[in-house]
Design a protein around this ligand. Structure first.
Ligand code: PLP
Length: 361
């Protein structure tokens, strides 16, 4: 007997998410230390001292369950964005809320739309609920909103848009997004996934669209610019009724107490976000300049990563970089066989990557 015969058909068809290779795993395999990991779009600066202190303080109380409502973090988020607390849904990372949205709203007879080259979790959650994925062809590696509009049908229940997108880093101005959302029927939910929003333009005000478009859901995370990927905390901002429904199906304690404490303090740390963005901009310039010397280019990115056209098999380049102790991300699973994605790291890490790549190409 195979357990696959017992499992739901939609589950057996899932292509598992492949995370970036852990440093410890490569250390074991190669027997070397001093490995550089630029594979999961984390903040290389780490959390701020204030946040580390909050985590240490909260760790004294881990014998208790966390606040199942995440009350104080919701209050802090609502104040920051001038919303009500009943518009906030907390998740174990924003992945969690992306999945909750699909589970709460989409039936197997309905469709979920996203773009070619869009974030890997969208096909995954769509497949997990047995719904049909409708994939709109990309334009210049980014979302083609025109193409997406033409694919909307009466069955389209959910549209995922990552802005900036991972792995391509492409970005859509908010006015273009608004024009798109304005012509989507109210019965179709639009999820604007802004995991990398802190790295982009400073004039972004997508939050104000929530008051105009009740079918809009914005998701954000503490995993990227806030430097808390290991703690797993993200959130959705939405119409209160949507938040109420998402809260009904989330696990009662889906965000742990260290994450709640850290996120609340991180949210007040504006200087840290400014420093993070400046650091990212400098690292991006360093990488682009170094790539140009190697005769290579990258897809223009508004995130904390770039996707480089290596002009040859990206999986092979990834494997050769591994042997040199540098972990990046191959993106052939996204339909980009000649690219690799590189997260922007510390200056010496970026240089290690450039030197290693220079030996290969
Ligand atoms: C576009 C996008 N959305 C969401 C996420 C989920 O991040 P997390 O679950 O850590 O909040 C990621 C992580 O890589 C991402 O790239």
């Amino acid at each position: 007997m195979s357990f696959c015969d017992l499992a739901l058909d939609c589950v057996t068809k899932i292509q598992p998410y492949v995370p970036g290779k852990p440093i410890e795993e490569l250390e074991r395999e190669l027997g070397i230390t001093d490995i550089v990991k630029l594979a999961s779009n984390e903040n290389p600066l780490g959390p701020s001292d204030k946040v580390l202190a909050a985590i240490a303080e909260a760790s004294r109380d881990v014998t208790r369950y966390p606040d199942g409502n995440g009350f104080t973090l919701k209050v802090a988020l609502a104040e920051k964005y001038k919303l009500n607390t009943n518009q906030v849904t907390l998740g174990n990372g924003s992945n969690d809320v992306l999945e909750l949205i699909a589970r709460a709203f989409v039936s197997p007879e309905e469709e979920v739309m996203f773009s070619q080259y869009a974030f890997a979790v969208y096909p995954l959650v769509t497949q997990a609920i047995g719904a049909k994925a409708v994939i709109a062809a990309a334009r210049d590696y980014g979302h083609d909103l025109q193409a997406m509009s033409t694919l909307i049908s009466s069955k389209t229940k959910l549209i995922f848009i990552a802005n900036p997108n991972n792995p391509t880093g492409t970005y859509l101005p908010v006015n273009e997004l608004e024009a798109f959302i304005a012509q989507v029927a109210e019965q179709t939910l639009v999820v604007l996934d802004e995991a990398y929003v802190e790295y982009g333009e400073q004039d972004i005000d997508s939050i104000s669209l929530l008051n105009k478009y009740p079918n809009l859901i914005i998701t954000r995370t503490f995993s990227k610019a806030y430097g808390l990927a290991g703690l797993r905390v993200g959130y959705a901002l939405s119409h209160p009724e949507v938040a109420d429904l998402l809260n009904r199906i989330r696990q009662p304690f889906n965000v742990n107490s260290l994450a709640l404490a850290a996120a609340k303090v991180a949210l007040t740390d504006d200087d840290y976000i400014v420093k993070t963005k400046q650091h990212n901009d400098a690292g991006m310039s360093q990488l682009l300049a170094g790539l140009a010397v190697l005769g290579l280019s990258a897809i223009p990115s508004k995130g904390n990563f770039i996707t480089v056209d290596v002009k040859r098999n990206g999986e092979e380049v990834f494997a050769e970089l591994l042997r040199l102790g540098v972990i990046v991300r191959p993106v052939s699973n996204y339909g980009l066989p000649k690219h690799i994605r590189v997260s922007i790291g510390l200056e010496h890490e970026n240089q290690r990557f450039l030197d290693a790549l220079g030996k290969i190409v």
